[in-house]
Design a protein around this ligand. Structure first.
Ligand code: HEC
Ligand code: HEC
Length: 389
């Protein structure tokens, strides 16, 4: 269970008072104070009250409870099965890649490389977005080509450059293992043969719905803790709303809801926006969708460098400055980019506590993985057929 946030410092100090010697407490207090940003939280004033009211018009806090999922009620059995499948390397043709390889739950739900490395060391063309809070996005992927997490999950398992597997191979693996057969039957009661690819995606979707990160300092501010943000962070929030960032990055995820050209005012250079990836154009085939991408959700953005679909930008300040010129035609000063970046760092929430599952051993008839090393001479080539025995 998550601790109620405002009680936390109190609980922590009680704990420290009983077990940690005083000198250490002082050091910890200082470290904690330094963590909060350059300035210390500020006392209440009318500007802050007004700023919070304005913010509440545009943004919503991440709820503490797991949201409901359309046509797929979240149950304990499905979430537990989904957690196993999330870490299940045997769903990949090579037997070494799982969802967690590119969306590490230990690292902000992403992989922190420019663009992901998948099957046979192939480079995926895009940076991996975080899976944290993805359940709140209106559509999935940089170009929104999957409408929900369930249809999204069909993609990576089969993509040649990700897990390079097939539904048949996945079902071959899972149905060969007695514990999985039993877990699917329990998670999907009433289905005579519950080990299906559809149910794999349902279990993954329900597990992903639990990957939410509430109680970011920004959420505490939205919910009425007016002293939780520093002066710098509040200036950043004000700039974020007043310069127009919030026109595209709004709602619960500060993005993830709508599509915009990358370069509304000025298209970034090919070092940041490689010409070959035309974004949503590939989905809609409409000329006006060239270089159109989803306004990225900015929750936990401090943890998910490098930035943009190309993953070419490592500094959050630089990403903010690029957004200023590209989307708003505005040269932000270093002070302004610093303040906005400081605000964006308040969007880091409490990561869910995920226990590593114990995966059941393979059976005699479980198909064996094939360690195919594909030299990336033909990106996007046909997937190697995984061996089914
Ligand atoms: C080889 C790396 C890799 C693996 C393995 C992988 N992903 Fe991804 N994932 C990506 C990349 C890259 C994208 C963005 C692709 C795009 O937008 O075209 C992505 C996008 C997503 C998104 C969309 C998030 C958003 O905000 O749009 C979700 C959800 C997701 N993956 C879940 C999964 C699940 C579930 C699995 C396992 C079945 C998985 N991924 C396996 C690299 C990977
Ligand atoms: C017109 C809509 C729009 C406006 C205005 C806008 N953005 Fe964006 N933002 C986007 C889109 C679209 C992307 C995705 C670009 C891509 O394809 O990589 C993005 C990406 C980002 C990223 C990269 C995040 C990541 O995880 O890769 C950051 C940070 C960001 N925006 C912050 C801002 C800030 C700060 C402002 C205001 C100065 C702003 N944005 C204004 C639409 C917008």
């Amino acid at each position: 269970m998550r601790p109620i946030n405002h009680l936390r410092p109190f609980v922590v100090s009680l704990f420290l008072a009983t077990v940690v010697p005083c000198a250490t407490v002082a050091t910890l207090e200082r470290a904690r104070a330094a963590e909060g940003g350059k300035q210390q939280p500020t006392p209440l004033d009318s500007d802050t009250v007004e700023l919070r009211a304005a913010a509440n018009e545009v943004f919503q806090a991440i709820p503490a409870l797991v949201p409901t999922v359309k046509d797929n009620p979240v149950t304990r059995e499905k979430v537990e099965l989904g957690r196993m499948l999330w870490f299940e390397w045997r769903l990949s043709a090579s037997g070494v890649i799982s969802c967690n390889s590119c969306h590490s739950l230990a690292a902000g739900g992403s992989d922190n490389v420019e663009t992901s490395i998948g099957h046979g060391w192939q480079k995926r063309p895009r940076n991996a977005p975080t899976v944290f809070n993805a359940v709140f996005n209106a559509a999935q992927f940089w170009d929104g080509r999957a409408e929900d997490l369930r249809s999204q999950a069909r993609g990576p398992i089969q993509a040649a450059v990700e897990m390079a597997s097939t539904p048949e191979y996945v079902i071959g693996v899972l149905s060969s293992i007695p514990e999985y057969r039993q877990r699917f039957a329990t998670a999907f009661p009433g289905e005579p043969d519950a080990v299906t690819f559809e149910n794999v995606t349902r279990a993954l979707e329900d597990f992903e719905a639990t990957l939410i990160t509430p109680a970011a300092r920004f959420d505490q501010f939205l919910e009425g803790n007016l002293t939780v943000l520093t002066i710098e962070e509040k200036r950043g929030l004000r700039l974020f709303m007043e310069t127009g960032c919030a026109g595209c990055h709004n709602g619960i995820n500060l993005g993830g809801q709508a599509y915009f050209p990358f370069g509304v005012v000025e298209r970034p250079g090919s070092d940041v926006l490689p010409p070959e990836d035309k974004g949503r154009f590939a989905v809609t085939k409409t000329a006006s969708d060239e270089y159109v991408f989803r306004a990225v959700p900015l929750r936990n953005v401090a943890l998910t460098a490098p930035y943009f679909h190309s993953g070419k930008v490592w500094s959050l300040e630089q990403a903010v400055a690029i957004m200023g010129t590209a989307q708003l035609g505005k040269e932000l000063t270093p002070q302004e980019t610093g303040e906005i970046a400081a605000f964006l760092r308040t969007l880091t929430g409490e990561a869910p506590h995920i226990e590593l599952p114990v995966l059941p051993p393979s059976a005699a008839r479980t198909p064996h993985p094939q360690a195919v090393l594909r030299v990336p001479t033909s990106p996007g080539g046909a997937p190697e057929a995984p061996g089914l025995r």
